[in-house]
Design a protein. Structure first.
Length: 202
């Protein structure tokens, strides 16, 4: 197979089938000063179906900041009005450390200023209490898919850069373009194999 060894071929197939371990790996932090609301969200939503594998809760904004340092959640659901550090102030601080974090605000207050500030912070939704479960589920489906897509793309690029540097798998920009085009057909093994054999002849 020339410079494209059988080992290289197997490595790329592994990269293209990483969905096996991307099933449930997202982290969620729920922040609310009302314990019943906080624990209710944990218990009532089928988080596993939304690709959430780890959930932590925080009782206020300061508690959330302490937990975020080690937990590093992908998604944050936060109440707006909390004693000490409110939800808006919390997200401003969190975005400095985790700029890609996805945020949903929940609130018992239908306040236009809150909604406006939430949109300014690029929140994905502002849901009023009592929580509409279906609305939360729909928003979470969108967010979890977006998170997984971002992780997959980062994983692919990091691995490709590593193998380019170490193994010289792909030799020029045109071949790199062909490889990334295959993101659209990650699971078409026969087509992938055909493409890789053709690249070996370039």
């Amino acid at each position: 197979m020339g410079y494209l060894t059988l080992l290289n071929f197997l490595i790329i197939q592994i990269i293209c089938n990483e969905n096996r371990w991307l099933c449930n790996l997202l982290k969620l932090l729920i922040v609310d000063d009302e314990v019943l609301d906080r624990e209710g969200l944990v218990e009532q939503i089928p988080w596993h179906d939304l690709h959430i594998s780890e959930i932590q809760t925080a009782k206020n904004g300061f508690d959330a900041l302490r937990k975020i340092k080690d937990f590093k959640p992908d998604i944050l659901i936060s109440d707006i009005k909390m004693p000490g550090l409110n939800g808006l102030e919390l997200i401003k601080k969190v975005k400095i450390e985790l700029p890609d974090i996805k945020v949903i605000f929940i609130s018992g207050h239908d306040d236009f200023n809150f909604v406006q500030n939430a949109l300014h912070l690029r929140a994905y939704n502002y849901i009023l209490k009592p929580i509409n479960t279906e609305e939360l589920l729909n928003t979470m489906r969108i967010i979890s898919k977006l998170c997984l897509d971002e992780i997959k793309e980062k994983y692919e690029r990091n691995n490709l850069n590593f193998f380019l540097a170490k193994g010289k798998i792909l030799q020029n920009d045109e071949i790199c373009e062909k490889y990334f085009d295959y993101k659209k057909a990650l699971y078409m093994d026969k087509e992938l194999e055909k493409c890789l054999y053709s690249l070996d002849k370039v």
